[in-house]
Design a protein around this ligand. Structure first.
Ligand SMILES: NC(=O)c1ccc[n+]([C@@H]2O[C@H](COP(=O)([O-])OP(=O)(O)OC[C@H]3O[C@@H](n4cnc5c(N)ncnc54)[C@H](OP(=O)(O)O)[C@@H]3O)[C@@H](O)[C@H]2O)c1
Length: 205
């Protein structure tokens, strides 16, 4: 697929690299597509990655992944232009009490928004394999077809994807994960992950 990665840091760089390695074409939408940091990132990824402005990347992507600071959501969506009917995957977090998910759904007019790739640390994103198990990531959204595309992409990058339900479902998941975080991170640091065990569906191991 053609994937636009808006943001080229810990989350964007990590996921972009994983998907390029699986044969997807990744274009980073960046404030500095010609900068030294981007040059080094592209070099580390190889021929399936390129960089462009946010608008150019968004036009290129069938899937547009938002991996910028939550405070930049409005700016990058404005710069991206129309995302109508595109799958917009929102990995951003806001730390001011507002829901980044609600913000993106409000601002990305006509887009098929999926909330995903924000429920683990980037360290776990970079290396989702823990012994014999892959880390679970949660996603949510109201567009079932868009979620299936994101589940496939997540699985390709090595994650056990769990669909939490419609867009409103994620708030409860986030609350629970935050509780785990406060208990677990003092003991395990940032490089731990949650795995959901279940019997009802076959899972990639
Ligand atoms: N790190 C984690 O463990 C983690 C986990 C879950 C969710 N998140 C969320 O995922 C999003 C991305 O996190 P990250 O850790 O990847 O952040 P990061 O390493 O700081 O990267 C953010 C990227 O956003 C772009 N950007 C655009 N405007 C920016 C601005 N004003 N200041 C800084 N960067 C700007 C930059 O790319 P260009 O320079 O190419 O424009 C930068 O590489 C955030 O919303 C974060 O809360 C992070």
């Amino acid at each position: 697929m053609n994937i636009a990665m808006i943001g080229s840091g810990q989350i964007g760089g990590t996921l972009g690299k994983a998907w390029a390695a699986k044969g997807h074409r990744v274009t980073f939408g960046s404030r500095e597509p010609l900068g030294e940091r981007m040059r080094a990132l592209l070099e580390s990824i190889g021929p399936n990655a390129a960089a462009a402005s946010v608008r150019e990347a968004a036009a290129f992507g069938e899937i547009v992944v938002l991996a910028v600071p939550g405070t930049e959501i409005e700016r990058v969506l404005e710069e991206a232009g129309s995302l109508r009917r595109k799958i917009v995957v929102n990995a951003t977090i806001l730390f001011d009490g507002r829901s980044a998910d609600a913000e993106v759904r409000r601002l990305a007019d006509g887009a098929r928004v999926v909330r995903a790739f924000h429920t683990s640390t980037w360290e776990a994103l970079a290396n989702p394999r823990f012994g014999e198990a892959n880390a679970t990531l949660f996603l949510s959204g109201d567009d079932e077809e868009a979620k299936q595309a994101v589940i496939r992409l997540g699985a390709e990058a090595g994650f056990d994807m769990v669909d939490a339900g419609g867009a409103e479902a994620m708030a409860e998941v986030e609350k629970a994960l935050y509780s785990f975080w406060t208990v677990l991170s003092p003991r395990f640091g940032r490089d731990y992950a949650i795995r959901v065990l279940r019997r009802e569906e076959a899972q990639p191991s």
